[in-house]
Ligand binder design. Structure first.
Ligand code: SF4
Ligand code: MG
Length: 316
């Protein structure tokens, strides 16, 4: 089956003052299959949110293609373009900033319904109630305002808004990072439930590999605007190839102390370099415990080393 989303050499560069260029996203290649959850992870500033926004076309790509449902989204016009904007929805990181404080919850949720003219009158009210129910809230909440809700509830409102026009694909940009640890699991479970019920595909963006590995079928690891490794979630966990992925995994505590003993924590030296001035050759070389001479000279190619397992590193 053809993937629902295919990203070819996607780039988003920002032109800054003084002729500087921020290569926030610098040549991504990956696919997402229908019905799966693809986790995109990396430290803050690695370009993962920019990647999500560029795929959504909130940003115009500098280069590369976004193929959605077999179509190059740049070439969509009129009704097809409309269809794309309803098929792909986003859930944002900050459930405080992303909900208009002057609008009632019902109005916030119905915004997309109104824009696309889907339901009116009683049907519209019914639909809003149905959506509140789907995300674990209730009818009375429709007339209240965002400030009356907790962070977790607000994120449920954001999810209901994204669901309102029956999208096929949801980009969730760190949807639980701003929430209390105690409610994070509930919101993750809600995402899983909705995926089953509504046949959704997710691009799940996070800085925390520990969280993403539980929800994702496959994972892509980003560093300084590039993908360094992509693999099945299980494979990535059991046999990470890239030294950066290995270091991220080594930082996750393992509940079983016997297994924990066998795993060595890999501490990276130094800070993540500025994306305005990335190192020559491999972008990870300034922090890599395995760096060799050639790592400074040439950028490692991004290649498939085993079926479905991609890595960009001179070790392979
Ligand atoms: Fe480390 Fe070299 Fe591989 Fe980069 S290419 S991750 S510096 S070994
Ligand atoms: Mg971000």
């Amino acid at each position: 089956e053809a993937p629902i989303l295919k990203i070819n050499n996607l780039k988003k560069h920002f032109q800054l003052s003084g002729n500087r260029v921020l290569k926030a996203v610098d040549g991504l290649n990956f696919e997402i299959k229908r019905g799966e959850t693809f986790g995109l992870v990396g430290e803050s500033g690695c370009g993962k949110s920019t990647a999500g926004r560029t795929i959504m076309r909130l940003y115009e790509p500098t280069d590369g293609e976004v193929i959605f449902g077999g179509r190059d989204v740049r070439k969509l016009r009129g009704a097809e373009r409309q269809k794309f904007t309803s098929d792909m929805q986003m859930v944002f990181q900050d459930p405080y900033a992303s909900l208009n404080p002057r609008m009632t919850v019902g109005k916030i949720i119905a915004e997309g319904i109104d824009i696309h003219g889907l339901y009116r009158g009683n049907k519209r009210t019914e639909r809003v109630h149905q959506l509140l129910d789907a995300v674990g809230l209730n009818e009375e909440h429709a007339n209240r305002f965002p400030h009356e809700f907790s962070g977790g509830q607000r994120q449920r409102i954001g999810i209901a808004r994204a669901l309102a026009i029956e999208p096929k694909f949801i980009i969730a940009d760190e949807p639980i990072s701003a929430l209390d640890v105690s409610v994070q699991a509930q919101v993750v479970n809600l995402f899983k439930k909705l995926q089953r019920e509504h046949d959704l595909t997710y691009l799940f963006i996070a800085h925390d590999l520990a969280m993403v590995k539980h929800i994702s079928d496959r994972i892509g690891v980003m560093y300084l605007g590039k993908l360094v490794e992509v693999a099945d979630s299980e494979k990535l966990n059991a046999k990470p190839l890239h030294p950066y992925t290995q270091s991220l995994l080594s930082a996750i505590p393992i509940p079983d102390p016997e297994v924990q003993k066998t795993r060595e924590r890999i501490i990276l030296q130094g800070e993540i370099p500025s994306p305005l001035n990335p190192p020559s050759g491999c972008p990870f070389r300034t922090r890599c415990p395995s760096a060799m001479d050639k790592c400074a000279q040439s950028m490692p190619a991004y290649k498939e080393v085993e079926q479905g397992h991609f890595v960009a590193c001179h070790l392979y």
